[in-house]
Design a protein around this ligand. Structure first.
Ligand SMILES: [Zn+2]
Length: 226
């Protein structure tokens, strides 16, 4: 059984599910997206996503009219494999269609763009052998990447934040997607250690330092696996 955390924006809360690897992801229609497809190469005992990302996949699958092969989706930030502030660590990204011809991939990429359900569809010159689309949300704290987080924030980016803090030994924040007092304290300790103004707000500078250090750090003793 795998624990799956889904941020549901309709109630501004993290929902918790227990699923087998061969079962569909929560909010997935039919067998469009199974847990093991979403997991990809991640070894984590917990996976997370945003309801909007799963629903964007549903719409894309329905309009495509046949199964969409998913090569990679979720990774935890300490597993690495992507950029410092990758949407894959937030569980809202899909790298798909590795099994198609380049002409078919172009069709799927065009479809994904035209549907308007994704926050970003990567252009062909960046990922010529697969299609990357993601349902990112919020305004990036830097020119790109994760949004600013503060006390009271909720969602998949708070999960990335907590995961990164835990991986670097700034424990006490748990892994629940809710930016509470424990998360704020951990952020302020990290900021003090890095000489960043300890305001407890995760903006561009804090995200840059934290995400790049936690990326690919490996599973440490302080990583939380609920
Ligand atoms: Zn990708």
């Amino acid at each position: 059984m795998t624990t799956i955390l889904i941020y549901n924006p309709e109630i501004n809360a993290i929902e918790r599910y227990e699923r087998e690897e061969s079962q569909p992801m929560p909010y997935s229609e039919g067998n469009n997206l199974l847990v093991n497809e979403f997991r990809g190469s991640s070894n984590s005992t917990v996976l997370w996503s945003d309801r909007r990302a799963i629903e964007a996949f549903n719409v894309t699958r329905t309009n495509w009219g046949r199964p969409i092969y998913v090569g990679f989706a979720f990774k935890r930030i300490w597993e690495g494999g992507h950029g410092c502030q990758s949407q894959h660590y937030a569980g809202v990204s899909f790298d798909v269609a590795q099994n198609l011809t380049s002409a078919e991939r172009a069709q799927l990429r065009n479809l994904a763009e035209s549907l308007g359900v994704w926050g970003y569809v990567e252009p062909e010159y960046l990922t010529p052998t697969w299609v990357h689309f993601d349902r990112r949300t919020g305004t990036p704290a830097c020119a790109a990447g994760y949004p600013t987080l503060r006390f009271g924030s909720r969602g998949v980016y708070v999960l990335v934040l907590q995961d990164a803090l835990n991986a670097l030994g700034y424990t006490g924040s748990g892994l629940d997607g809710v930016f509470g007092a424990g998360t704020q304290n951990a952020v302020m300790r990290f900021q003090r250690d890095r000489g960043i103004s300890a305001d407890g707000i995760v903006g561009c500078m804090t995200w840059t330092e934290l995400a790049c250090d936690a990326r690919g750090a490996g599973q440490t003793a302080t990583v939380v696996n609920p």
